[in-house]
Design a protein around this ligand. Structure first.
Ligand code: PAD
Ligand code: ZN
Ligand code: ZN
Length: 393
């Protein structure tokens, strides 16, 4: 067990492109696992750190949606062995804390989400670049050829699983899908509204469909997202910019004055969190917050919105208990029960990771340029290495 020198994308400071550098990755200590990352996606949460919407320490090694192979293990590790295919868990499952023991909660105390400190286990980091320690992101850090995680933040998956696809189960797919099937527990015949049709929101559409919702209203300011939402089960489409009145009034009118049974905010803005809440039925409606709230943001609300009986819930990683659920979700993919391929729009080599972030941001701003921009992979040393543009239409 020695230090590994490899390539990684470092964020030295906010609002700057990532920098591909040589980093030193220390060996795993007791109860830690060093993973060779094979494929990683970009999630909006990574961009939240670069844009400054999510506050973390710098320099930091971002990325949290990935799949790889165990390279080595520290003392006391029992659940994985070198050579195992694994998925890192940005929402760990230690199995011992109150959330892990509860049948209701799922966010383990070992998470580094609510107030990120960027350190693992013993309060240090395993990455060094140009002689400086580099922080971990969300107990994972995957924009690197090798990473080190706590044993609670990694799980073994099917040895036959294609890593360049199932890496989506590491965040985007499971988060969106679980928000519908686990957190909200959408019922057959219900009416749902999904605000935001990125990789996570489209997965929420899939979850609503799988749960038997009869009406799924897709809401996005980028109308180019509607075609894929329709393919995945959305039945109605609303671009808030097409209306003078607030989107919640549009949705309430579309549902005969009642509001939807379940609404999901999958963007990460406080205004759309409020709009989603007000869009659901005043007494039996449930609204789920999936988008990450900007750091230090506040919401002021009319308490009557909740007093009448609405339920407002948050959902991290789809409410799944990660270690026990991720291998089952991989099995679902292997059994053709879930569609991950629809979420892949671009695959490109790791060196071009900044272009991936540009694409993510252009998907938001230049509506007509990139159709179906959802999620991108950066296979590291892993064929097939499809060039950028293959999936662009
Ligand atoms: P994305 O940027 O790919 O998609 C966001 C979508 O929202 C885009 O299609 C936008 O066009 C659309 N949008 C933006 N503003 C508005 C608006 N005002 N009204 C309607 N639509 C709008 O992001 P993503 O799918 O990767 O992630 C979505 C959010 O989920 C983001 O905040 C991310 O940080 C969060 C997330 N949460 C978890 C979790 O565990 N809760 C996990 C992963 C991602
Ligand atoms: Zn994510
Ligand atoms: Zn725990």
């Amino acid at each position: 067990n020695t230090v590994i020198k490899c390539k990684a994308a470092i964020a030295w400071e906010p609002k700057k492109p990532l920098s591909i550098e040589e980093v030193e990755v220390a060996p795993p200590k007791a109860h830690e696992v060093r993973i060779k990352i094979v494929a990683t996606g970009i999630c909006r949460t990574d961009e939240h750190v670069i844009s400054g919407a999510m506050t973390t320490p710098f320099p930091i090694l971002l990325g949290h949606e990935a799949a790889g192979v165990v390279e080595s293990i520290g003392a006391g590790v029992t659940s994985v062995r070198p050579g195992d295919k694994v998925i890192p868990l940005f929402a760990p499952q230690c199995g011992e804390c109150r959330s892990c023991r509860s049948s209701k909660g799922s966010l383990c105390i070992k998470n580094d989400l609510a107030a990120p400190c960027g350190l693992i286990t013993d309060g240090t980091t395993r990455f060094t670049c140009r002689g400086k320690p580099v922080h971990h992101f969300l107990t994972t850090s995957t924009f690197t050829e090798y990473t080190v995680v706590d044993e609670s933040a990694v799980v073994k998956i099917d040895a036959a699983a294609p890593l360049e696809k199932v890496c989506l189960i590491s965040c985007g797919f499971s988060t969106g899908y679980g928000a519908a099937v686990r957190t909200a527990q959408v019922e057959p015949g219900s009416t749902c509204a999904v605000f935001g049709l990125g990789g996570v929101g489209l997965s929420t559409v899939m979850g609503c469909k799988a749960a038997g919702a009869s009406r799924i209203i897709a809401v996005d300011i980028n109308k180019d997202k509607f075609a894929k939402a329709k393919m995945l089960g959305a039945t109605d489409f609303v671009n808030p910019q097409d209306y003078k009145k607030p989107v919640q009034e549009v949705l309430v009118e579309m549902t005969g004055g009642e509001g939807v049974d379940y609404s999901f905010e999958v963007i990460g803005h406080t205004e759309t969190m409020m709009a989603a809440l007000a869009s659901c039925h005043m007494s039996c409606g449930t609204s789920v917050m999936v988008g990450v709230p900007p750091s230090a943001s506040q919401i002021t609300l009319d308490p009557m919105l909740l007093f009448t009986g609405r339920t407002w819930k948050g959902s991290v990683f789809g409410g799944w208990k990660s270690k026990e659920s991720v291998p089952k979700l991989v099995a679902d993919y292997m059994g053709n029960n879930i569609n991950l391929d629809a979420l892949i729009t671009h695959t490109m080599p790791f060196d071009r990771i900044n272009e991936g972030f540009d694409l993510l941001n252009q998907g938001k701003r230049l509506n007509s340029l990139f159709i179906n921009l959802v999620c991108k992979y950066f296979p590291l040393n892993y064929p097939p290495n499809i060039e950028i543009g293959t999936y662009m239409q």
